[in-house]
Design a protein around this ligand. Structure first.
Ligand code: SF4
Length: 339
């Protein structure tokens, strides 16, 4: 870790100016990812700008249109266990609790969850090139060991995946990201927040330099009746997803009136396929229809030497998770699906 300065701000505008002035000034909140990145010399910050003192950003509030606004500085644990989230947005609670460990969730913030970096092993290893760490240097994962890498939306320059669980639910729920800078405020639809790698894999998201995430808005539509999150990983705790699926349905008269299926562990951002979701609208909720939707979602998938298994695994995970969403009681701790 290099030597760095530390400053704490109480105003968003002050923090924004500091961050905009110099790309090597970095914001810190929970610090659960950036400190690791600094220890590995992946991030070499001159100054850490501590935003924890900014008032009002660690609260949950109701929005005028019946939704919920999560403060960016609320911890993941406080969010997952908040009674409003447990009751109205159980899918979000479930995904947060599937991620990291209790200790990390107690420190990690909602805003930081969106900004965490890929866990591609080459990204953290300075003995090899990496286009995300050093643009133009190459991507050893394409021909290297790529078991955890992307099967959708990748480019020749980067095949990394975005590691968050929480963001898979936020994608399914059509959340909005509220951001602010010294110049003003704006909102970014969740599907437009994270980017695919293209030929600029060093840019993870569409946050501009100097902008700070202030909150995450959840629409009123809560999907608390039919939802499920399935995370498949190499060990049952404290591991990132090989494949994860967040599913939410609205069902009336045995017909699906709204379907949301978001995947984690497959791409550089949480992955949704509107064609597959549209296909399910008006259909009876059945294994056959879910299998068709899974085929549509994975139609363009392309694996690499060590991760081709993820294509079939993703299809099976989608079907299973859609079936589990028909039995939301399977989502309670300790419950077993009747599959
Ligand atoms: Fe770097 Fe992306 Fe290649 Fe991993 S997949 S080595 S992050 S460029």
């Amino acid at each position: 870790m290099n030597n760095f300065s530390y400053t704490k701000t109480k105003e968003i505008a002050d923090a924004s100016v500091l961050l905009k002035d110099n790309a090597n000034h970095k914001a810190i909140a929970g610090g659960t990812n950036i400190v690791d990145l600094m220890k590995y010399f992946v991030v070499e910050a001159d100054t850490l700008v501590d935003i924890n003192g900014i008032p009002g950003m660690d609260e949950l509030s109701e929005t005028e249109n019946g939704g919920i606004r999560l403060g960016a500085l609320m911890t993941n644990a406080a969010t997952a266990y908040h009674p409003v989230i447990e009751q109205k947005y159980p899918l979000l609670s479930k995904t947060i609790l599937a991620g990291a460990s209790g200790q990390i969730r107690n420190m990690a913030t909602n805003g930081g969850n969106l900004l965490q970096k890929t866990r591609c092993y080459y990204f953290y290893d300075h003995s090899v090139p990496c286009n995300k760490r050093e643009p133009g240097s190459g991507c050893p994962a394409v021909k290297g060991y790529n078991r955890i890498h992307a099967i959708l939306g990748h480019s020749p320059d980067c095949i990394a995946v975005f590691p968050s669980d929480m963001c898979v639910a936020l994608a399914a729920l059509n959340a909005k990201v509220h951001v602010q800078s010294a110049e003003g405020e704006r909102q970014i639809g969740f599907e437009d927040f994270h980017r695919l790698p293209g030929d600029t894999p060093e840019i993870d998201n569409n946050l501009k330099q100097g902008e700070i995430i202030t909150g995450i808005e959840l629409p009123a539509e809560d999907f608390s009746q039919n939802y499920s999150y399935l995370k498949l990983r190499d060990r049952s705790s404290y591991a990132f997803a090989l494949i994860s699926v967040a599913t939410a349905f609205k069902i009336e008269n045995d017909r699906i009136t709204e379907a949301r299926i978001a995947l984690g562990g497959v791409a550089h951002k949480p992955w949704r396929n509107k064609e597959a979701e549209g296909y399910l609208k008006g259909k009876a909720p059945s294994r056959e229809h879910f299998a068709q939707a899974a085929d549509l979602i994975l139609a363009e998938a392309q694996g690499f030497k060590h991760n081709r298994f993820k294509i079939d695994l993703a299809k099976k995970a989608i079907i299973r998770n859609c079936m589990m969403a028909l039995e939301p009681e399977t989502q309670r701790p300790g419950a077993k699906p009747s599959l």
